[in-house]
Ligand binder design. Structure first.
Ligand SMILES: [Zn+2]
Length: 83
């Protein structure tokens, strides 16, 4: 899951709430099981709700955009990438 920045006018359908999702509004891209060929556009709020429910795995690209949470999470993960 990562933030989507799309200047192309298009309307997607959120896979979680089935509502329309204009590409110009802030939303996120999700990739089931990390498969980017199956990526879907979803409302940020819907994706966060799914993630809180434990049904959406973290993506490093998305984490990289969450600066105040990243350091804490990196420590929680045992400093796998920090030395
Ligand atoms: Zn939605």
């Amino acid at each position: 899951m990562r933030p989507a920045q799309n200047s192309k006018p298009a309307t997607y359908r959120c896979p979680f709430c089935e509502e329309h999702l204009p590409s110009m509004m802030e939303h996120v891209l999700i990739a089931p099981e990390g498969d980017t060929r199956r990526r879907r556009h979803a409302h940020t709020e819907c994706a966060l709700a799914e993630r809180r429910a434990g049904r959406l795995p973290y993506r490093d690209e998305w984490l990289a955009t969450q600066p105040e949470r990243r350091g804490r999470l990196a420590r929680l993960l045992g400093g796998r990438r920090a030395r």
